[in-house]
Structures are given as structure tokens and as C-alpha cells.
Design a protein around this ligand. Structure first.
Ligand SMILES: [Zn+2]
Length: 427
């Protein structure tokens, strides 16, 4: 596919946006110039619009999208218990159609790559390959005695990894669920699995107070210190949430080059009582990124909503209006993820993968200038302002229409699944 984007405001690596044309050939950005006159299959007028590197959602459970609203307004412990109970009832089709729904939502809101954690990732991989989004799929590893998976989670994870190694759109990886759902040996084995295949690996970490208290009681160490003692930390670890971390834990994370995923909407919706100390994390060398968590927790897979809150929470808490400007938040959702995911993406330059999001054109993005484009994107826009989403050089979403996704079928199947779950919960 060849795509020519005309006259948009490009968000550049050095944070000085420019009006340029972009020519995409095959899966790469092939040319960036003030005026490009070539023929292309798609010529898209991007005047008065912002062209951003595609958003990377670094923490989600995409196939839970058909459980949206079923786990609302509960205390965290009950949320976890009900969630696990429902997981046990889910069929392969439930996971597959849920994933397709989540992918459609993400594409419509500008996400070009997502990092997932769940069991049944082979079903998610099928949805990824049919839709064309880029993905990092973490097979969830939970202790054998707690899991709802069939068979041994660690073996399932390894099988999944060996099956999808080298796939263009699916990078498989191990995802130990958390320090409260994995024993010491599970954590060590998960890390060894990631090492053996030289892959990133992901975990839920310090998401709620109880998790911290329990491990302090059991191990006399805080969560990050406990994992450090196991040799679990490295520059390939992606730790979601990390809202209850001390300065010492932040320093350890920084020294080890850990990536943290900030999920402010999910944290607040689940009433977890805190937010990630991003300013301290950046200061001490933690690689900060952003995620939505699932549609059953944060209720939408909107990266721009989470991006805005990533900035506002820090400003408000510190009473520092200048803290966490849009340029920094933009890096969290575009450039930083690729430091750990390791592909040539996340910046708009010739030769990079063509993963791009075109935003704006509505009244909420006026007045738009090169000088305020990053602020318009982060402070004034939401997922519904996304106009076009391009992944791996292919136009997958364009002004309300999906190219290659049957949204009618997705609606029908997921509504059936939702009704079945609702009657189970109420019976
Ligand atoms: Zn999660």
C-alpha cells in the first residue's frame, strides 16, 4: 500500500512540529518533504490536522472488552475475585471476539501497537493478524494452584512463545501476573523464559496497598526490593501500575532500566488510592510509558485520556503548573515504549515503520498552530478526535470506517457474549 499524507502538522522527535508531506511505501515512512507530488493509492488531506507517531498502549487485557461495565463499582479485592471467576467461564470465541472489539476500539482511538496480558493469547494473536494492528502479547503466568488456565501456565506460555517467534505483527512474551498470584519459583521461571528467548516480559506491580502489605509481612521487603532480590528486574521488564513505590524502589528501578506503565484511569476507577510518581521516576532513569488497562477496569481504551491525566495528576499534586508538559507525555506514549520493545518505530522519520495517527480537524482543535500542536493533542483531544490510523504502512481506520474489520459482526457477537455473562452474574 502507498499512502501520501498532505500538509499535516508533524510531531517531530525534537519537539518542533513542522508542516510536511509524508509518503509511505510498503511498511515504512519512505519520504518526508515540504511537497511530495507522487501518485499513491491513498492521498489524504491532513491540513489542520496533527500527525503523531502511533500511540503505544503498554498495558491492557484486550479480550476483556466484552466484559465492559460488568466489573464496575466494586472494591478492588472483589473486582479481582469476580474477574478471576469470570475468566474461568470464558471460551476461545469469547476471547477472540473480545480481542477484536478491543482492537477496533484502539484503532479508532489512534493506538497502533498494544502490549497485552492474558491467557488464550493465541486467540488474541488470531484477531491481531486479521486486523493488522501491531502487538506484544504476554501469556499470563499465574501459580498452578490459583490459575483458571488448562494445563501448566508456564508451559502454555512457552508453547505460545515458540509458536509465534519471528511473527511480523505478534511478538509473544511471558507475563507473570503479579507477586500475589505468582510464587517465587514462578517469577524466577518467567524471567528465565524471557531471557532464553531474549524477550521483554511484563507484570502487575505495586497496584494496591494490600499487595504491598502482604509482601512486606511475608518477605520483610517491599515489592520492588523483593523482585530485585530474586534477580527478576532488568531493562526488559515492563511493570504496570507501580503506584506504591518508595524513592528507594524508584532508584532500584532506574538502575535496572525498568519500564513502568502509568494507568491513571484504571488506578482511579478501581479506587486504588494513589498514582505513579512519574516525576521522580523520570528523574531516576525509569522508562515511563502509558497504558489503559482493560475495558473492564478503565472502561475505555483511550490513550489520550490517560495521557492528559498523566500530566494533570502530577501538576495538581505538586502544585507545579510547569510539571510534566505535553512534549514529555507524548514521548511516554510514542518513543519510550520502543526503548524496550526494540523496533524502529515511535518517531516520524524516513526509514521508520509507518505506524501513524492523524488527529484533529474538529472545533476542539482550533486554533491549531505548529507551536501549540503538542498541547492541542495532549490537553484538548480525545480518542474520538482521531481521524486516521496507519499501522505497518496500512490504513486500518479512516474517519469512522474500518478497513478490514466487520464492526457489525463484532457488535453482534460481543453483545451475545455480554448477555450470557450478565445472566450468569445475576443467576
Ligand atoms: Zn492489568
Amino acid at each position: 500500500m502507498q499512502i501520501l499524507l498532505k500538509g499535516g502538522i508533524l510531531l517531530t522527535e525534537d519537539h518542533s512540529p513542522k508542516v510536511m508531506d509524508i509518503f509511505i511505501d510498503d511498511n515504512q515512512i519512505s519520504q518526508i518533504s515540504e511537497r511530495i507530488g507522487v501518485e499513491a493509492e491513498y492521498v489524504i488531506n491532513c491540513e489542520n490536522k496533527i500527525i503523531s507517531p502511533g500511540f503505544v498502549n503498554m498495558h491492557t487485557h484486550v479480550s476483556m472488552s466484552n466484559m465492559r461495565t460488568l466489573l464496575d463499582d466494586m472494591q478492588f479485592q472483589r473486582f479481582l475475585e469476580t474477574g478471576f471467576k469470570m475468566d474461568a467461564l470464558r471460551t476461545d470465541d469469547d476471547v477472540y471476539y473480545g480481542a477484536k472489539l478491543g482492537i477496533a476500539e484502539m484503532l479508532s482511538k489512534g493506538t497502533t501497537t498494544f502490549l497485552d496480558m492474558y491467557y488464550g493469547e493465541d486467540m488474541v494473536a488470531r484477531a491481531v493478524q486479521e486486523t493488522g494492528i501491531r502487538s506484544y502479547l504476554g501469556w499470563s503466568i499465574v501459580n498452578k494452584n490459583q490459575t483458571t488456565q488448562k494445563g501448566d501456565p508456564l508451559k502454555n506460555a512457552e508453547q505460545f512463545i515458540s509458536r509465534f517467534s519471528g511473527n511480523e505483527l505478534v511478538t509473544p512474551l511471558p507475563a507473570p501476573h503479579g507477586i500475589y498470584s505468582c510464587e517465587r519459583d514462578d517469577l524466577i521461571a518467567s524471567k528465565e523464559l524471557a531471557d532464553r528467548y531474549d524477550l521483554p516480559y511484563t507484570i502487575h506491580l505495586s497496584e494496591n496497598r494490600r499487595e504491598v502489605y502482604d509482601i512486606v509481612k511475608k518477605e520483610k521487603k517491599r515489592p520492588v526490593e523483593y523482585l530485585d532480590g530474586l534477580g527478576f528486574l532488568s531493562n526488559r521488564l515492563i511493570a504496570a501500575h507501580t503506584i506504591y513505590v518508595t524513592l528507594n524502589e524508584i532508584k532500584i528501578m532506574g538502575r535496572k532500566g525498568v519500564t513502568s506503565v502509568n494507568n491513571p484511569v484504571s488506578n482511579m476507577k478501581l479506587a486504588n488510592g494513589n498514582f505513579a510518581p512519574l516525576l521522580e521516576m523520570v528523574q531516576h532513569g525509569v522508562n515511563v510509558t502509558i497504558g489503559t488497562d482493560s475495558a473492564a477496569t478503565g472502561n475505555s481504551l483511550d490513550m489520550l485520556e490517560n495521557a492528559k491525566l498523566s500530566s494533570l495528576l502530577q501538576k495538581n499534586y505538586r502544585e507545579e503548573g510547569q510539571a510534566m508538559p505535553p512534549s514529555q507525555v507524548l514521548d511516554f506514549m510514542t518513543r519510550n515504549p520502543w526503548k524496550v520493545l526494540g523496533k524502529n518505530s515511535g518517531v516520524i522519520k524516513e526509514g521508520a515503520l509507518a505506524d501513524l495517527t492523524v488527529v484533529g480537524g474538529g472545533p476542539g482543535q482550533i486554533p491549531l498552530r505548529k507551536e501549540n500542536a503538542e498541547r492541542i493533542l495532549i490537553y484538548s483531544s480525545s480518542g474520538s478526535d482521531v481521524q486516521h490510523t496507519i499501522v505497518n504502512g496500512k490504513l486500518l481506520y479512516s474517519q469512522g470506517k474500518f478497513l478490514g474489520i466487520d464492526i457489525g459482526e463484532i457488535r453482534r457477537k460481543n453483545e451475545e457474549i455480554f448477555d450470557r455473562y450478565s445472566s450468569l452474574i445475576n443467576s
